[in-house]
Design a protein. Structure first.
Lengths: 507, 491, 96
């Protein structure tokens, strides 16, 4: 039987020819999980029996000559932020530790429809807020390339599980870089589709105008396969684009003739790790050698991306997370002790009616106990920026700068097909290295947030390693609904290089 | 005549539940009165990951209503989040409209036929579309205070109609509400049932009064929890008086204290101050990222306006102009709805006497409908049949009171007037017969003739009675006239 | 532009969060830093720029007015932290 490093698309061929069964493949990955996830901790939830049952079901149908979906029994890991019928969907938070939605997210339904084997739910930064997965309320995920380092975030589990070959495919989400950055730090490929390309119905919202669901895999061809399943209009999502989905798998292997690649000199200023800079320049050379033309491009307002993002995202998040109040679902503080505490305060108070009502106290304690500090910080920031008197200076201003950032991209894409650049300014940092400095952590998203703000598509593919053997990611960006271009450009690069084939030594 | 002590300034906020099959952002049914929490889904429960999708009909009904209220319909409109915490608001925000509502600057004309106030156009600031919250009910169970939450109503489409503070009395406020409800009923956009909560009213009220420093405004008070138009009227009367008392005691002016909210207590017939809110409302409005804006073209607006049908105010005028009825009668008829109006028009046109038709429909028909608790659509007497009956009455072949007898029989049996008359042995009386009868009576009663000629017209009454005894089908009114005419010819 | 401790306390009530004294101190400091950072946007002249509230240029997205079956009450209430047969239950909602 093939190794766990087999591409998903190759597995499919073997499944179709009957060389192996889905149950066998699933067992292979479950064994890998058993061997290594004790250390890596990519998964929050794995149900061996349920996964094997799904696999056996699909095998039966295949053997009976019945139609089988496009993912035909391939294991897929899903970030714990996508609602899955009657499955724990925790979003890495105590608020939803025991939440089991009575419905499937549209993308989960599509995965099921196309016969994916949902092998497990992956760890993440709480409510997708973070760049290291250290904000998970439950466990710390480690970077398979160096277990003393973080895997990136917020889709750290989804990236780590693919890097450690615990699943050939995974689904993550990207609001400010949360697929691309962990993909880069973990040496895998990951894509953030154009905003509206993939349905958000059932995606637990962090920042509604920025969130997108996307695929992670070890190579571009596998990403193409997943994208075909995920993409497409959804009547349950008003922001979902009524744009046809091209057949990505049919074209991914076709090189792009006359590809125009742009790079942004401003990205290569001080602050960018010299090894990352070197690897990125080398990648540019690879494209030159493949016949692409290369030119400099400017994105003059990109430097304001972090400031813009860290206004808009927290503002939307403060609205989206208001529902976690302990009333209809999720965590609620212990009422007995809350009421007792309140009673004591009322007795001690000079004006008892000044002490807040039990309901308000319940809200405040529930949310304070249920949320971690990063989530609280962003809720506070968003609440502040939207509060009376500040709307114009912050939220409105940020939405205007957002327009400028988008205009920069529109202009750039008139001259080039693809923008090429780094994903992060530095490779994976050590666990706890940035936890005391929120702003430093925010700057992790420097190169990735502008794609979310503009709503365009972006992809991260491996392009080298540091002298400490840490993966380096290359970011390609394209204008809206040009995922095909990104996949083909990535495939071109991966056909000419083998960074993406390297695997961490997990022993 | 004394100058009034103060002027009352009132603005009304009316929330109307739009008549759609499903909710504003999800496809749960909007049926009223279902068991608690049986009409919810991930969207209206606000479950993590759920998203709203706008109900097309709700938007159309909202536009239709706004056009009927003479509002401007801007080309571009969008939705916003109104953020606050309440257990019946599961998302922690209400999807509503803030700075670019779907309509603004309209008006509603009000009049009182009895002249309690001068006719006026009440300006409408805006009408916008938003979702309803659920219901919370307070429970006292074994010494603990708990509340129960039912989310069936969450997400129901509401049209919020806000008037300018143009109303100057409780009577005007009531008239505004009646006229608004009538309009909404004619448009068929809402059930307008306050008992079921499909129409809700909040009022903002304060006083303007003269002080040595000029005109002064007292602090505005929001009054809630009024469950009928009558309650609104009473609450506003009470509140105006209460504010006058407060002014005399405290001299507080608008701006001196924060806006207060008071609830109407229908039992005690007073308003009570409501619990001091945890913080003054900072709703932190921002554009709803999960909904895209809506663009309405001028052509679409024009098309809706053309097809909107005849509205109550226009109908009232038309009935008076075309059928010579009083404004009062017209108002009564129009208040009953298009069905009654159409019925009346058919009767009036068939029998050619609008006044007569108006009286009969207003009195006999409406009373019967009320007694039998039916609608005009199920009324057993067709308009043509009533017209026939009225024709008989017009021609004097049936007097008014007999006519009513026939009518009652027609209602019960569903038979035509002539059939009923036949069966009852009523006959229309030949005019010559009546004249002969009268002449005979006069000859038999020369004293009566003398009395009438001497100036006592009422003496003829006795003969009318006799005539009726001889022939029960005669019309007393016409007999009286005939007798008098004959007597006159005799002199 | 920095935030005062009082500002942060007010925001925490608006956000229905409750911070300990220590958290209040740290949060005031951190928020001030972040706000100072994002203030750089004021450098830009955006006088004639249209705000971009949506990443997609869509409008007029509607669903037909047709009702569909709702969740079973059990499925709706299953995740409720406190409930009875028919309702969600919360500490008393007083006032309006």
């Amino acid at each position: 039987m093939s190794s766990i490093h087999t591409r998903a698309t190759d597995w499919l061929k073997q499944l179709e020819s009957g060389t192996c069964t889905s149950a066998e493949i699933t067992q292979l990955y479950l064994d890998q999980i058993d061997r290594h996830d004790g250390t890596i901790q990519a998964f929050l939830h794995v149900d061996h029996e349920a996964a094997l049952e799904q696999a056996r079901d699909i095998d039966k149908r295949r053997q009976a000559g019945k139609p089988v979906g496009r993912l035909g029994g391939l294991p897929v890991a899903v970030k714990d932020i996508l609602c899955s019928l009657d499955q724990p969907t925790t979003c890495g938070s105590k608020q939803l530790e025991h939440f089991q939605p009575p419905y499937d997210a549209t993308v989960v339904a599509r995965l099921k429809q196309e016969d994916a084997v949902l092998i497990g739910r992956t760890n993440m930064d709480e409510f997708a807020m973070g760049s290291s997965t250290e904000n998970s309320a439950f466990q710390l995920t480690r970077n398979p390339w160096d277990v003393e380092r973080i895997p990136g975030g917020s889709s750290g589990g989804a990236a780590a599980c693919v890097a450690a070959a615990m699943a050939p495919l995974s689904i993550g989400t990207d609001t400010g870089g949360s697929i691309r950055q962990p993909a880069a730090l973990c040496g895998v490929s990951g894509m953030k589709p154009t905003y509206g390309r993939v349905s958000r119905y059932g995606l637990v919202a962090f920042a509604s105008s920025l969130d997108q669901v996307g695929p992670l895999a070890s190579n571009a061809e596998d990403l193409a396969l997943l994208m075909e399943v995920l993409a497409g209009h959804d009547p349950l999502d008003s922001t979902s684009a009524p744009v046809d989905v091209p057949s990505y798998t049919a074209t991914v292997q076709q090189p792009l003739e006359g590809l125009r690649v742009g790079w942004i000199p401003e990205q290569f200023r001080s602050g960018l790790d010299p090894e990352i800079e070197a690897a990125t320049q080398e990648a540019l050379d690879v494209y030159r050698s493949l016949g692409a033309s290369v030119q400099e491009v400017a994105l003059p307002h990109a430097r304001y991306g972090i400031a813009t993002y860290y206004i808009i995202a927290p503002c939307e998040a403060s609205g989206n997370l208001a529902r976690y109040d302990g009333v209809h679902y999720g965590y609620r503080t212990d009422e007995q002790s809350m009421l007792a505490e309140l009673r004591e305060q009322q007795l001690a108070a000079a004006t008892p009616t000044d002490v807040e009502s039990p309901l308000v106290r319940m809200y405040r304690k529930t949310r304070s106990e249920g949320f971690g500090s990063e989530v609280k910080r962003r809720i506070m920031l968003g609440t502040y920026a939207l509060s009376k008197g500040y709307y114009d200076a912050y939220y409105l201003k940020a939405q205007k700068v957002r327009r400028l950032i988008r205009d920069d991209y529109d202009q750039a894409f008139q001259k080039v097909d693809i923008l090429l650049g780094p994903v992060t300014a530095s490779p994976a940092f050590r666990i706890a290295e940035k936890t005391d400095d929120p702003l430093a952590m925010y700057l992790e998203d420097l190169y990735t947030v502008t794609a979310n703000l503009a709503g365009i598509a972006g992809i991260s593919i491996p392009c080298g390693f540091t002298s400490e053997s840490l993966p380096i990611g290359l970011q390609l960006q394209a204008s809206p609904f040009q995922e095909e271009k990104l996949l083909r450009a990535s495939y071109m690069y991966q056909a000419a290089t083998d960074w993406h084939s390297r695997r961490p030594d997990l022993t | 005549m004394n100058e009034p002590l103060y002027q009352v300034i009132i603005g009304l906020e009316v929330h109307v539940q739009l008549k759609t099959e499903s909710k504003l952002f999800c496809r749960c049914s909007t049926d009223f009165g279902q068991p608690p929490n049986t009409q919810t889904c991930p969207v209206c429960i606000g479950m993590p990951g759920s998203l709203p999708v706008m109900n097309e009909k709700a938007f159309q009904l909202a536009v239709k209503t706004a056009i009927a209220l003479d509002c401007e319909i801007p080309e571009f409109t969008k939705w916003d989040r109104k953020n606050y915490y309440y257990p019946d608001l599961p998302k922690g925000y209400q999807i509503s409209q803030f700075d670019l509502p779907m309509s603004c600057r309209g008006s509603l004309h009000i009049e009182d036929p009895e002249g309690a106030f001068e006719p006026k156009d009440v300006r409408i600031t805006r009408a916008h579309l938003e979702e309803d919250a659920g219901k919370s009910m307070h429970d006292e169970v074994a010494g603990k205070a708990d509340s129960s939450i039912d989310l069936n109503r969450t997400g129901t489409p509401l049209l919020e109609i806000v008037s300018e503070p143009d109303l100057r009395s409780a009577a005007e406020a009531r008239a505004y509400l009646s006229e608004l409800k009538l309009l909404l009923t004619y448009l068929d956009v809402s059930d307008c049932n306050m008992q079921e909560g499909s129409l809700r009213v909040d009022a903002n009220i304060n006083l303007h009064l003269e002080s040595p420093d000029g005109t002064v405004a007292t602090p505005i008070v929001e009054v809630k929890n009024m469950n009928s138009f009558r309650a609104v009227e009473r609450a506003l009367i009470y509140e105006a008086g209460r504010q006058w008392d407060v002014w005399q005691e405290t001299g507080q002016k608008l701006g001196d204290v924060p806006k207060q909210t008071r609830g109407w207590d229908d039992q005690a017939q007073i308003t009570r101050g409501q619990r001091h809110k945890e913080e003054s409302s900072d709703y932190r409005y921002f554009p709803e990222p999960d909904l895209v804006p809506v663009r309405v073209s001028a052509e679409e607006v024009a098309a809706i306006r053309t097809n909107i049908g005849e509205l109550p105010a226009a109908i009232r005028e038309r009935l008076v102009a075309d059928h010579d009825i009083s404004s009062y009668t017209s108002e009564v008829l129009v208040n009953q709805g298009r069905g009654v109006v159409d019925y009346f028009v058919q009767v009036a046109e068939s029998c050619g006497d609008g006044k007569l038709a108006g009286n009969w429909v207003q009195q006999e028909v409406l009373r019967t409908l009320k007694e039998q608790e039916t609608q005009i659509e199920a009324f057993p007497v067709a308009s043509s049949e009533l017209a026939d009956l009225l024709g008989l009455v017009q021609r004097g072949e049936l007097d008014s009171s007999r006519g009513k007898e026939v009518f009652v029989e027609m209602v019960q049996s569903g038979k035509s007037a002539t059939q009923v008359m036949q069966e009852k042995g009523m006959e229309s009386v030949d005019e010559d017969e009546v004249i002969q009868l009268c002449q005979a009576l006069l000859e038999e009663n020369p004293q009566v003739v003398a009395d009438v000629q001497g100036g006592k017209q009422q003496a003829v009454g006795a003969l009318v009675g006799k005539a009726k005894q001889q022939n029960s089908n005669i019309n007393p009114g016409s007999v009286r006239q005939i007798l008098l005419d004959l007597i006159q010819k005799m002199s | 532009m920095s935030l005062s401790r009082q500002d942060v306390e007010k925001i925490s009530l608006l956000a229905r969060l409750q911070l300990t004294e220590e958290e209040l101190t740290v949060m005031t400091d951190q928020l001030s830093q972040i706000v100072q950072y994002v203030d750089q946007l004021s450098e830009l002249d955006t006088e004639n720029v249209e705000p971009m509230a949506h990443a997609a240029e869509l409008s007029n997205v509607f669903a037909p007015d047709q009702s569909r079956p709702s969740l079973d009450r059990e499925d709706a209430l299953r995740n409720a932290p406190k409930r009875d047969d028919q309702y969600y239950r919360v500490p008393a909602v007083l006032g309006d």
